[in-house]
Design a protein around this ligand. Structure first.
Ligand code: G6P
Ligand code: ZN
Length: 542
């Protein structure tokens, strides 16, 4: 039976970089999730009788939330609700399913790489019919609804069995439980040379994939082990768990330390890879070499033509502003445009839809292409495998050759996690206040060429995004960027992005910390990180 439930607004439902993320107990408050879901529907129109895709990364509270969403979607008039079996859909697979089945949109439950469990994080975001995250126009409309909501619609139907593939009726809607992997696998088969990868693996190419107890487990088992013939055991931590085995499902050198150590040790396979909670991020490590996400984007763009889907070349490359300029060098050589967008995958959607860019990437371990409208961890890993299979060189050889041709952008990101919001804001305000005086300023041998607070005009729809991060650009192409994270759930996280460029192959083999040492000092000098945050070193360096 349909029910209309009275409710009162919560004042903290403003979506961040990637949907609404809060601690699990916040989402467990009565009506909290319901209010947000009703606000999503309230900001949409014309969905009656249409299809909604629903799935998540399997974290704590995933299954309960999915039942709520199924009931509310049916009560609000959706005609068909597609749900991944077990409530699972990786974020890129959800994007793929939305596109393939021409759904009206989708709801993805995830807090990405944030820890899960009863005290961990939970999240929800809405994706539009192109399979990509809702643009700001929609997220703002959702937020506006959350401020005035008075009631929501739901049903009092029993829970749907999520564990079996099949179809059931919920109110007036049809709810279909689908295999979460098959549509995605079919798409991957169409993009890459599975034959060549299979042959390379049969010929001795060794991979290790860390699924970090998160959603890519079933995808990686199926694709890497069953389809491509990698031996059992190739996928580690391959069973999704609600608390990710108590770990941070964040694929970086700190949280994927076991993989990192393996790759730096004597028994390292050829490629080490990892993906995050919801499967959209990736980590790539070769034998003895960590590939920064910015370099990975550049190498993938430079070699994409070796995979069937991209053999006609790329239309353009897009990267988020804090991502290093390594991709720009590739675009320059290929004679194609390189777009610089604010942080957040949603900014790539228009460029991909308009066919202005083919491959996109971010320093935050995200890479993807026009095959879906989300970043895609396994896609990046498969493209690397395709390249390794064709070039028959090691990751190290490929990366070093890449630097010789394009120059090396030394790069690091320093994160100061969960600092006091007040101090973090004061730091950013202090930088903004200095902006007019920075150009021309001398720091040792370095001269500031320009400084600004990054803003972006979307070339497709003309929308403007301001205050996207402070950039200090030096004349020698070095750069420091300061930004506050838009994805944290407690306090503020300051990110300092450091980059310098080395064209001379003789100087391309220095330790990163050494190459960036001077910039690290300048960052402290300009921003007063210690004074403003009370921290004398970053929480994490990636
Ligand atoms: C999410 C988005 C990414 C973005 C990242 C930045 O993962 O999907 O597109 O790059 O957040 O997060 P931050 O914490 O730096 O705002
Ligand atoms: Zn993610």
């Amino acid at each position: 039976m349909e029910m209309i439930v009275s409710t009162r607004p919560f004042d903290d439902q403003k979506p961040g970089t990637s949907g609404l993320r809060k601690r699990v107990p916040v989402f467990q408050q009565p009506n909290y999730l319901e209010n947000f879901v009703q606000s999503i529907f309230g900001s949409l129109s014309g969905y009656e009788g249409k299809m909604l895709v629903v799935g998540g990364d399997g974290r704590y509270h995933n299954a309960e939330a999915i039942q709520t969403i199924i009931r509310m979607a049916a009560a609000n008039g959706f005609g068909r609700i597609l749900v991944g079996q077990g409530g699972l859909l990786s974020t890129p697979a959800a994007s793929c399913v939305i596109r393939k089945h021409q759904a009206y949109g989708g709801i993805i439950l995830s807090a990405s790489h944030n820890p899960g469990g009863p005290d961990g994080d939970f999240g929800i975001k809405y994706n539009i019919g192109n399979g990509g995250p809702a643009p700001e126009k929609i997220t703002e409309a959702i937020y506006a609804h959350t401020r005035t909501i008075e009631q929501y619609r739901t049903l009092d139907t029993p829970p749907v069995k999520l564990d079996e593939v099949g179809t059931v009726e919920v109110g007036g809607a049809v709810c279909e439980i689908i295999d979460p992997v098959s549509d995605y696998l079919e798409l991957m088969r169409s993009l890459f040379d599975f034959e060549a990868i299979r042959a390379a693996i049969a010929g001795g190419l060794r991979i290790r994939m860390d699924s970090m107890h998160a959603v890519t487990g079933p995808y990686a088992h199926k694709i890497l082990e069953q389809e491509l013939g990698a031996p059992a055991g190739t996928v580690m931590n391959g069973v999704p768990s609600p608390d990710f085995g108590g770990h941070h499902p964040d694929p970086n050198m700190v949280y994927a330390a076991d993989l990192f150590d393996l790759m730096m040790g004597p028994d390292a396979p050829d490629l080490g890879a990892a993906s995050d909670g919801d499967g959209d991020r990736n980590l790539i490590i070769g034998r003895g070499i960590f590939v920064t996400p910015s370099d990975s984007l550049a190498v993938l763009a430079a070699n994409a033509h070796l995979a069937p889907a991209y053999k006609g070349g790329l239309k353009g490359i897009a990267r988020s502003m804090p991502t290093s300029a390594a991709a720009d060098r590739v675009a320059e050589r290929l004679g194609i445009p390189c777009y610089e967008t604010p942080t957040g995958w949603k900014f790539f959607g228009n460029l991909l839809d308009a066919d202005l860019a083919t491959i996109c990437g971010e320093e935050s371990a995200g890479t993807g292409s026009n095959h879906v409208r989300e970043k895609d961890g396994l896609w990046a890993i498969l493209l690397w495998l395709n390249i390794l299979a064709v070039r028959k060189q090691t990751v190290q050889e490929i990366v070093h050759e890449h630097w010789r041709i394009h120059g090396r952008n030394y790069y690091a990101r320093h994160d100061y996690e969960e600092v006091e919001t007040k101090g973090a804001n004061a730091l950013m305000d202090g930088l903004r206040e200095q902006l007019p005086r920075l150009a021309g300023r001398q720091f040792g041998a370095l001269t500031v060429g320009g400084a600004d607070d990054f803003s972006y005009i979307d070339p497709v729809d003309g929308s403007v995004s301001t205050r996207q991060g402070i950039r200090i650009l030096f004349e020698n192409r070095s750069r420091i960027v300061f930004r506050l994270s838009g994805t944290g759930t407690a306090g503020a996280t300051l990110r300092v992005y450091l980059e310098c460029f080395e064209a001379d192959p003789a100087g391309q083999d220095r330790p990163v910390a050494e190459a960036l040492a001077q910039l690290i000092e300048i960052a402290e000098q300009v921003a007063g990180i210690r004074a403003n945050t009370g921290r004398d070193k970053p929480t994490v360096i990636t």
